[in-house]
Structure formats: C-alpha cells, structure tokens
Design a protein around this ligand. Structure first.
Ligand SMILES: CC(=O)N[C@H](C=O)[C@@H](O)[C@H](O)[C@H](O)COP(=O)(O)O
Length: 235
C-alpha cells in the first residue's frame, strides 16, 4: 500500500497559511488556496490551525502537515508548542504533525521527549521536527521523530540569518540522519527547490513564494523603487 511518505517523496508541499488581519485570513480562503496548489500539482499541504486543516482536507483530500502556531507568554516556542496543541492538530485530520523541536523551554515546562512519546501512541501518525541546527535534528531523530525539517533555521537566535534556504543545514542533516529530511524555509524559485532535492531532501515545502501575495507584491514594489533607470516620459 502506498504510504504518505511515498506520496510526498521528491514532490512539492505547499504551505497555505495566513495570519489574522491579513487579506487572505480564514479557513475557506486557505482551502481554496490549497485547491489551487493541488491543481498546480502539489502533493501535500502544510497548514496552520485545526480549522484550516479540516477545511483543507475536506476541499483537497491531500495529505496535510498540520501545525498550530500559538503564542504562550512563558515561551518562545510557537509552532505546536504543547501536547494538547499537537493532539488537536491530529484530531483535525493531519497525517503529519509538525512541531518546534528546538531545545528551548516549552510552555508549562513540558518536555519534547514526553510529547513525542505521547504522540507516538497515535496509530499511523508521522511526527515532523522543525529544527534550526544539526544538533536539534540529531536529538529529534533520537527521541523518535519520523521526519526532520529545516523550517526554523534563521528563526532561532543562534541559527544563521540569510535570504536563501539553509542548504548547509539541509546537506548536513541529510548526511547524518537516517530519517527523511525535509527542505523548508525561504525556498523562492523552482531551481532552489530542485537543488534541495539534489542535496538530499525527501520533499520540499514552499510557502511565501506561492501563497503570500502581499509579500510578493512588496518585493516587486521595492524592486521598482530601487531601479536606477530614469522614468521615460513620452514626448
Ligand atoms: C519560521 C516559521 O514560522 N515558518 C512557518 C512554518 O510553518 C511558516 O511561516 C513558513 O511560511 C513555512 O515554514 C514555509 O516557509 P517559507 O514561507 O519561507 O517558504
């Protein structure tokens, strides 16, 4: 039988997320975005919040990597921080639950290892570790994560900041881990996505470059403002 990983291997997963206050915020909108991604050939969707996950599953039937971004005052961890958040994502229908797997303190003093052990009781579930360093990836594999993703590189205070995908982290993780490694974060072109596969990624997750039109618009606007060419005025 074809597994979820078989369906995703060497393919594109599109991250469909919008924050409250943004023009595209809302589950129905995200479901439509996911449908558009499916029509373009996406093999899976990454989605934030149980409501969006449910709506996307209903509309597309594609495998979903589910997360729940939540702010807790007591912690810097915001991607599926607690066991209850992870369980809610699973209940919403995500085949893969992704979570912050950095070593940072989690809300309520929960330990990552305990959360993984609890989640492992869910039959058929795959757990994806969003990491920012090789060490975090190695630890995630050791405590039982099924997949490790470069998602958080550039977003922890101790990982390198860049406009590019973190190819070095991807290559190092793919070389050292036995679990599949996922390329995610700042992948902006098809050529960059293909390079990630060549460096050993199992599959590639792209968000902003496909599903965040206001940021893409900003990029073009800035590009026009920076141009050195004089405006041509017709005579
Ligand atoms: C760091 C963090 O919170 N990343 C989030 C994780 O779900 C999303 O905001 C990103 O859009 C996603 O990882 C895809 O990356 P990019 O949008 O760069 O293609």
């Amino acid at each position: 039988m074809e597994t979820i990983l078989d369906r995703l291997r060497s393919k594109l997963v599109v991250s469909c997320q919008a924050y409250e206050g943004e023009a595209l915020f809302g589950s129905e909108m995200m479901a439509r975005m996911a449908l558009a991604a499916k029509r373009g050939g996406a093999a899976g969707i990454r989605a934030n919040h149980p409501d969006d996950i449910r709506a996307i599953k209903r509309k597309t039937g594609l495998p979903v990597i589910g997360i729940w971004k939540k702010d807790y005052e007591s912690s810097d961890v915001y991607i599926t921080p607690t066991l209850n958040d992870a369980l809610a994502v699973r209940r919403a229908g995500a085949e893969i639950v992704a979570m912050d797997a950095t070593g940072r303190d989690r809300p309520g003093g929960e330990s990552l290892r305990d959360i993984v052990q609890e989640m492992k009781k869910q039959e058929g579930l795959l757990l994806m570790a969003d990491v920012s360093t090789v060490e975090e990836g190695e630890y995630a594999q050791r405590i039982g994560f099924d997949l490790v993703s470069t998602t958080l590189s550039g977003y922890t205070p101790y990982s390198p900041k860049s406009d590019e995908p973190d190819y070095a982290l991807l290559e190092a993780l793919a070389g050292r881990l036995s679990v599949p490694v996922v390329a995610e974060g700042r992948i902006q072109t098809p050529a960059q996505a293909a390079r990630c596969l060549r460096l050993g990624a199992c599959f590639v997750v792209v968000g902003t470059a496909i599903t965040r039109p206001h940021l893409l618009t900003e990029m073009f606007v800035k590009g026009l403002e920076q141009t050195d060419f004089p405006t041509v005025v017709p005579e």
